[in-house]
Design a protein around this ligand. Sequence first.
Ligand SMILES: C[S@@+](CC[C@H](N)C(=O)[O-])C[C@H]1O[C@@H](n2cnc3c(N)ncnc32)[C@H](O)[C@@H]1O
Length: 198
Amino acid sequence: MKFGNFKIETNPKVYEPSDDSYLLSENLIIEKDDEVLDIGTGSGIIAISASTLAKSVIATDINYDALKLAEKNIKLNKIENIRVCFGNLFQPVKNKNFDLILFNPPYLPTDKNDILEDNLNYAFDGGIDGMKVINSFLNQVKNHLKCGGRVQMIHSSLSKIQETINKLEDLGFVVEITASERFFFEEIVLITGTLKKE
Ligand SMILES: C[S@@+](CC[C@H](N)C(=O)[O-])C[C@H]1O[C@@H](n2cnc3c(N)ncnc32)[C@H](O)[C@@H]1O
């Protein structure tokens, strides 16, 4: 597929870029010296979009098929400032802090009967209320941001948007919804949080 000037290949075991991917990719708030982390990079579409604006990007995923695909797409587009790392959330970047952290998380409420038997499950499965991975992300995100750092994350009305906003505010972020799109069955929003300087 084509996305702007980029060529993005897909793979049935990896999340195929969709409206949520485009909402984040098209509304990135990045400064040219930013060091960016893209968690759950999938095909790499968000990391690739961010790389043209940022100093450097680290792209991670828990799905090894996704990392291989992201690497392929990075090469295909001749991008040199993205590094890919395998692992769960912040585990691959334990001692590193970023200016901006991006995440289009798995947010679908998922019952045990809905679980897929392959790596694609990681793309959707947000646990019973859609908040399992999001909550784990929120518990760690502040520890990986520089002073005044930002988070931009996708959320769906199918999981608990207000709970996430409240949690970010409790952590000391100034929070705004900077983009949104409504469909007949859900609304997706882009939450942008900026850490207040202490
Ligand atoms: C909705 S998809 C988004 C993919 C891509 N960023 C996009 O927007 O098209 C969620 C991605 O997060 C990854 N993921 C899920 N849980 C994760 C975790 N605990 N740590 C790292 N990545 C995770 C999935 O494998 C998947 O690639």
